[in-house]
Design a protein around this ligand. Structure first.
Ligand code: NAD
Length: 280
């Protein structure tokens, strides 16, 4: 890493924008999901920390949120399993009463050259990254629709934030399953946003690029890999999970009430065709 990274990291206090709201973040015991869960908690929301493995890591996130003054609870569930997802929502509603914010974050990679990619690698990535987002969003929409708008909490009936990727638009050789899952999220998100807008539900995506988390550690953990990664990032620093947490707070809040169906790129300019930065 270079000094530039630390020099340029922001550290703003998070405003309390989400008081009284109940949030569920999937895959919240690591990386981006963890930072989003903590940021929502700091901004006043009570948070369900979903995870599939790693009880201690999930409890650490819960403890951090509680220490900040919000309620939190961990629920173990595999987002690609319909019954487990439905049971997770039941448990959330029993404990928190309802849901106002869903952050569909859980995701993984199973990379392989196309000709060597197994059906299991394909199905695992599509099952968790895309079908998992469908299953969670469907349960959230059912509860938002049942409850409707509660103006004391928010002017919308509910918010869904899908964690997509710059790879919803950038093709990615040897990652066809992952890019297909993120491209699928883009049109699932926009179709859902169009369908539920009339009943006051907002649906948007965050498209991160190059955030320092375990999923992409190979790309930043050696000096050579880090230098090569920076060549794709015009802003010349790698993203931190907190960069995504702050955007999630904004998208979940009424400050962005007129936004729905948007893919919000948080990528230091990765999608700005950096190879043309000197005029091409
Ligand atoms: P991560 O590996 O740290 O976090 C992924 C989380 O999802 C983990 O907590 C993992 O346990 C969880 N998870 C995996 N399978 C699950 C399942 N079946 N049920 C429930 N949870 C499950 O990686 P991350 O970088 O924080 O990734 C989070 C999201 O951000 C993913 O959707 C990823 O595609 C997306 N993303 C990350 C980057 C990046 O640069 N790190 C860039 C673009 C998009």
């Amino acid at each position: 890493m270079d000094d530039n990274q630390n020099l340029r990291l922001p550290d703003p206090a998070l405003p309390v924008l989400l008081k009284g709201q109940k949030a569920l973040v999937t895959g919240a015991n690591s990386g981006i999901g963890k930072a989003v869960a903590i940021a929502l908690g700091r901004s006043g929301a009570d948070v369900i920390v979903n995870y599939v493995a790693g009880d201690d890591a999930a409890q650490d996130v819960v403890n951090t949120i509680i220490a900040g003054g919000s309620k939190a609870m961990a629920i173990k569930a595999d987002v690609s399993d319909e019954t487990q997802v439905q049971n997770m929502f039941k448990e959330m509603i029993q404990n928190f009463g309802t849901i106002d914010i869903l952050v569909n974050n859980a995701g993984l990679q199973r990379d392989a050259p196309f000709a060597q990619m197994t059906l299991a690698q394909w199905n695992t990535v599509i099952g968790i990254n895309l079908t998992g987002q469908f299953l969670c969003a469907r349960e959230a929409v059912r509860e938002f629709t049942r409850r409707g708008i509660n103006r004391a909490v928010s002017v919308s009936a509910g918010k869904i934030i899908c964690m997509s990727s710059v790879h919803e638009v950038i093709p990615w050789a040897t990652h066809a399953n992952y890019a297909a899952s993120k491209g699928g999220i883009m049109l699932m998100m926009k179709s859902l946003a169009q369908e539920v807008a009339p009943i006051g539900i907002r649906v948007n995506s965050i498209c991160p690029g190059a955030i320092r988390t375990p999923i992409n550690s190979a790309a930043w953990s050696t000096p050579d890999a880090y230098a090569s990664l920076l060549s794709h990032i015009p802003y010349k620093r790698i993203g931190e999970p907190e960069d995504i947490g702050r955007v999630a707070v904004l998208l979940a809040s009424d400050l962005t009430d007129y936004m729905t169906g948007a893919s919000v790129f948080v990528d230091g300019g990765m999608t700005l065709y950096p190879e043309f930065s000197t005029g091409g």
